[in-house]
Design a protein around this ligand. Structure first.
Ligand SMILES: Cc1cc2nc3c(=O)[nH]c(=O)nc-3n(C[C@H](O)[C@H](O)[C@H](O)COP(=O)(O)OP(=O)(O)OC[C@H]3O[C@@H](n4cnc5c(N)ncnc54)[C@H](O)[C@@H]3O)c2cc1C
Length: 540
């Protein structure tokens, strides 16, 4: 197909210019196809463009949380820290956009409002908030798993007289907290990363906690030269090793030993060793931590003992200790000085189990017990995960059926990549794929490569459409549930389950069967002529 005028018609439209969209565009252009990205933000970078809160950084070691598709890119980009900061990640993604000359095919400040499949032409009509309609053979949703914020639903939120910010929409110029009394609502990953920074600056920080989370130290610092050399010398091998692990993270260092095979002293020693390494390594101490509740409890007890040893006030330590869900059933937080921050005189913790928030008032936050005065509020209340961004777009497939209706009882996909009834609509890291249970850089590359291979396969055969069959989708959804069911994951009220958004169906959304199993299944489907999909020829 010839490249036609921008804004009119393309082989593929890609929605979103984060990790997924940038690589997708690069791949499709490399195949000689016309493609264009539409991105709501004023810059590229996705997550790392929007989340500029103090302390924002990756929770997987930088060497591993980066693209592997270009050995040249991999060699020339030198990460400065073990866990890169948001500014460094944003520089990296901008460098990728420049290095692969992607910007000419990226339209910023453009939100896709609707995508309708036209059965007459077998093309998608994509409408933006600029009243443009673009048509494309393929529509690729690279809209992100964590790109739609939860809006504060507290009564009176608009009445607050001071400034308030959501960690996911942090102002570019930063925020000066000096001399301020700051209320931070939420204790998830973004809060855990930002609270130590805010507390170091503000006059006082009051933290409102609904559910305590497990957090482990990052032990961040400059990249160890020996580690950097090892990566430089063995890059391809190290990347391949990461792809063979269940979570796409080499640093977890998963063992095969079961917790029950170790004595209490050996368990403690294993956890101490992992705590000293930092990050997700703790979850790799025993093979059954995320599979068996009694094994899991040994890790829960260990982290609880660490919290009590760091936090001096026993009442605060008790409040900070998670008791209601297994460790790992929510994404483990990785911090720098989080628990220590509660030893500061200018930090206090309000447990919302004891005193729920009743309202935001002009001067602060009112709970069932007291009003906490604040000059500024930080909402660290997370995201409408995995389905949020797709739910905001009016997506209509065959017969005008809407994705919103198709997913009313929870998302249903085949392989997390396609949805029955929505031909040529691809989702990068959709629900039903490992996505957020994985190093997302690894998950994204695999999806982008599968999608581009599929599109190339269609092109070679001059096919007009490909779509998942209902039977294949039903079977996959059943499999996703079946593998999640015996694990600890559905036991938490987590955003994996949609539990942090009122009214959202409770469905375990990511695929927990492990990245290599999933990838092999995707490869097998493709090798068998896209088994579970139907195709139509391109008669037009
Ligand atoms: C604070 C934070 C920290 C994280 N840390 C890690 C980590 O340490 N490790 C890890 O593996 N993952 C992490 N993640 C997950 C992270 O989202 C992924 O790693 C990765 O960046 C996702 O890339 P993406 O391109 O798929 O989505 P995103 O980066 O979310 O990009 C999607 C883009 O699509 C745009 N978009 C959405 N809807 C529309 C629309 N209708 N029209 C136009 N544009 C639209 C958005 O503006 C956004 O720019 C983190 C997420 C957050 C929020």
């Amino acid at each position: 197909m010839d490249i036609e005028a921008p804004g009119e018609t393309y082989d593929a439209v890609i929605v979103g210019a984060g990790f997924s969209g940038l690589y997708m565009l690069h791949k499709l252009r490399g195949m000689g196809l016309s493609a264009r990205i539409y991105e709501a933000g004023t810059g590229v970078g996705g997550t790392w463009y929007w989340n500029r809160y103090p302390g924002a950084r990756v929770d997987i070691e930088s060497q591993e949380y980066s693209y592997s598709f270009s050995p040249e890119l991999d060699e020339e980009w030198i990460w400065s820290e073990r866990y890169a900061t948001q500014p460094e990640l944003l520089r990296y993604l901008n460098h990728v956009a420049d290095r692969f000359d992607l910007r000419a095919d990226i339209q910023l400040q453009t939100r896709v409002a609707a995508a309708h499949f036209d059965e007459g032409s077998n093309r998608w009509a994509i409408t933006t908030n600029r009243a443009e309609t673009i048509t494309a053979r393929h529509c690729i949703m690279a809209t992100g798993c964590l790109s739609v914020m939860n809006e504060p639903a507290f009564p009176g939120a608009d009445s607050f007289e001071g400034p308030s910010w959501h960690t996911g929409r942090w102002p570019r110029e930063g925020v000066d907290f000096k001399g301020q009394r700051v209320a931070v609502i939420g204790t998830g990953s973004s809060a855990i990363q930002s609270i130590p920074h805010i507390a170091a600056e503000a006059a006082h920080v009051t933290i409102f906690q609904r559910t305590p989370n497990f957090s482990v130290p990052a032990h961040n610092g400059p990249i160890d030269p020996a580690v950097a050399k090892d990566w430089a010398d063995n890059r391809a091998v190290r990347r391949a090793e990461a792809r063979e692990t269940g979570f796409g993270i080499r640093g977890v260092g998963q063992t095969e030993r079961l917790a029950g095979e170790a004595s209490a002293d050996e368990q403690r020693a294993a956890y101490e060793e992992r705590w000293a390494i930092g990050g997700f390594a703790l979850l790799g101490a025993f093979a059954d931590i995320t599979a068996d509740l009694s094994a899991n409890q040994t890790a829960v007890d260990f982290v609880g003992s660490k919290i009590r040893s760091i936090v001096k006030d026993p009442v605060t330590a008790e409040k900070l200790t998670p008791r209601t869900f297994p460790i790992g059933s929510k994404r483990l937080c990785v911090d720098t000085g989080y628990y220590d921050t509660f030893n500061r005189d200018n930090v206090s913790l309000v447990d919302l189990v004891d005193e729920p928030i009743e309202a935001i008032v002009p001067t602060g936050v009112r709970t069932a017990s007291a009003t906490y005065e604040a000059d500024a509020i930080v909402y660290a209340i997370g995201f409408d995960a995995m389905t949020g961004a797709l739910g905001k777009i009016d997506i209509q497939g065959r017969g005008g059926a809407t994705l919103r209706d198709a997913w009313a009882a929870g998302p249903r996909t085949y392989l997390g990549l396609m949805v029955a009834g929505f031909p040529n609509l691809f989702v990068v890291t959709g629900p039903g794929s490992p996505s957020v249970l994985c190093n997302m850089a690894v998950a994204i590359e695999q999806h982008v490569e599968w999608i581009s291979d599929c599109i190339a396969w269609m092109g070679q055969r001059q096919l007009g459409t490909i779509e998942a069959t209902d039977a294949a989708q039903d079977e996959w959804v059943a499999h996703v549930n079946e593998v999640a069911e015996p694990t600890i994951f559905p036991l938490a009220n987590s955003w994996y389950m949609g539990a942090n958004v009122p009214g959202k169906p409770r469905v375990f959304m990511p695929y927990i069967g492990g990245f290599p199993v999933y990838r092999d299944k995707c490869n097998e489907v493709a090798a068998n002529g896209y088994e579970g999909f139907t195709v139509s020829s391109d008669a037009r």
